[in-house]
Design a binder for this molecule. Structure first.
Ligand SMILES: C[S@@+](CC[C@H](N)C(=O)[O-])C[C@H]1O[C@@H](n2cnc3c(N)ncnc32)[C@H](O)[C@@H]1O
Length: 506
């Protein structure tokens, strides 16, 4: 095999991937790129330079770019993934669009970044089970850049792992088991078609204005750069009917990407509606959240950000001061100055939603600075924001090892556990965060949501009331850092809606 590519060649390769596929490989995530570049150079028999020149011309290297996209995309998915969103789809979005389209009796649904088809087929199963849609024309289209994933989608045969979130009665109704795998029922299969398509490439013939009623684009945008994600969202917005719905992944937001949507919440989850839209009917359980978009909804309170980060740093300094050998003033001052400057620059980037750059800045810090608790906390926040939860969890663990009393690290770790469907772990870490910082609203809010999901309405009401009171008093406010892009008022609206749903008045 040829020599490993140098940093400049790797950067050029990352740039071509970003331009052609939209995938953003920041400087600290390029290890898989180096292996791939080496393998493709070997396979094609070209020099590194020759190979880069070839793929710079997309019209002459379509097949090669396809292979790269296939190798680099993460296709993890499952049937009924994030069941809260599927409930909101079936119980809010579908009824609403049925009312809007009753004259033509036709709805069009899109699963963008559908991977091996589980998401598109889940939508089809909901459509099939919806009594009001009998006799309607509801084509569902799944699109993806990976031809390998689409091939699997078309066979509609799945392993038990793909069905891990499918309730048993549905599993029995929708699938036929043979030889350890599950074949999807033909009537569901026939509702869905698949197309190979790059979301980052514009095609006006496909992206017709108002073409779709509901779009699912979950766990796709998080791999794109902000600029690419913005242009993809603009395309989705154009092709969504006014009042149509957009579902993103749990860890994704439109914050900083678009102001063409209003934020909706119901069933313990968030989703978006293309503006302008009439208010949703009350009985649907969804309320337009206030304020209407993440763009407007993110007042950032600098002092609290600094507060949370400085507290983490100060606490660990107090702990380690006793064991550390005293240093001279002249040694300590420049280091602490550098540390403050790096922290402030990272916070500034975070505040301006330039997450990739903030991450890059932290990853370029020398080890002693990068391992400061305040810096690790910032790193975990950024990793959570960009949806790299495995990395966020590792960072939280490192931070908790250094400072077991860091409430923010426990809370972020709880988010990671929740996203890995480990409710017990999530509850445990949220409880630790709430115990360590009695003014911290976010873990209480999540304990409320988790308890409600587990059917424990009493605990849910208790936790949600406490979260609401803390948010209202704005004591020790950490919304800017830990609010996931939501404003204090949006989080308070969520508390009130959830409280009402579990039988408690706010
Ligand atoms: C993690 S999967 C998400 C699957 C499904 N939406 C879900 O949430 O379960 C991400 C999918 O996005 C696809 N993808 C990535 N970049 C894409 C692009 N530029 N155009 C179309 N699909 C893309 C990948 O091939 C992969 O199948």
């Amino acid at each position: 095999m040829s020599a490993p590519p140098g940093p400049a060649e790797l950067s050029a390769f990352a740039e071509i991937i970003l331009q052609s596929v939209g995938l953003d490989f920041a400087a600290d995530k390029r290890a898989p790129l180096a292996d791939l570049l080496r393998a493709r150079v070997h396979e094609t028999g070209l020099s590194v330079r020759g190979y880069l020149e070839m793929i710079r011309k997309p019209e002459r290297s379509k097949n090669e770019l396809r292979i790269l996209a296939q190798e680099l995309t993460i296709t993890e998915t499952s049937f009924f993934r994030n069941p809260d969103q599927i409930d909101a789809f079936a119980q809010v979005a579908l009824p609403d669009r049925i009312a809007a389209r009753s004259d033509v009796r036709r709805l069009r649904l899109l699963s963008a970044g559908c991977s091996s088809g589980e998401e598109a087929y889940t939508l089809a199963a909901c459509v099939q089970e919806h009594p009001a849609l009998a006799g309607w024309d509801v084509p569902i289209l799944g699109i993806d850049i990976s031809s390998r994933a689409l091939k699997k989608a078309r066979t509609a045969r799945y392993s038990p792992w793909s069905l891990r979130q499918t309730p048993s009665p549905l599993r029995a109704r929708l699938f036929k088991e043979s030889g350890g795998s599950f074949l999807l029922d033909r009537t569901i299969r026939e509702r869905v078609s698949f197309e190979e398509r790059n979301l980052t490439a514009d095609d006006p013939l496909f992206w017709h204005p108002r073409a779709f009623d509901i779009i699912f684009c979950r766990n796709v945008l998080m791999y794109f750069s902000v600029e690419v994600a913005r242009s993809v969202v603009a395309r989705l917005a154009r092709s969504l009917a006014p009042g149509g719905f957009l579902f993103l992944g749990h860890a994704e937001t439109l914050r900083g990407l678009s102001s063409e949507f209003s934020l909706c919440q119901s069933h313990g989850t968030f989703y978006y509606r293309r503006e302008p839209a009439a208010p949703l009917p009350k009985q649907a359980g969804a309320v337009p959240a206030s304020p209407p978009s993440f763009m407007d909804a993110a007042p950032v309170e600098d002092r609290s950000w600094f507060g949370a980060i400085h507290n983490a740093s100060r606490r660990i300094e107090t702990i380690t001061a006793r064991t550390r050998r005293p240093r001279s003033e002249s040694q300590a001052a420049p280091e602490s100055h550098r540390s403050d400057a790096a922290r402030e620059a990272a916070i500034d980037l975070l505040r301006r939603e330039r997450y990739a750059e903030a991450r890059e800045l932290l990853s370029a810090l020398p080890v002693p600075l990068a391992r400061e608790p305040g810096m690790l906390l910032l790193k975990a926040v950024i990793e959570t924001h960009v949806g790299d939860l495995p990395a966020a969890e590792r960072t939280c663990e490192e931070l908790l090892w250094l400072d077991p009393g860091c409430a923010g690290a426990h809370y972020l770790k709880a988010l990671c556990r929740e996203s890995a469907s480990d409710s017990q772990g999530a509850v445990q870490h949220n409880r630790a965060a709430a115990r360590l910082d009695p003014d911290f609203a976010m873990p209480r809010l999540h304990l409320g949501l988790l308890s409600r999901r587990a059917g424990d309405s009493r605990t849910a009401r208790d936790q949600l009331r406490q979260a609401l009171a803390l948010l209202d008093r704005n004591v020790g406010d950490q919304v800017g850092l830990f609010g996931g892009g939501f404003s204090r008022s949006a989080l308070m609206t969520l508390c009130r809606t959830e409280l009402a749903a579990c039988g408690g008045a706010a």
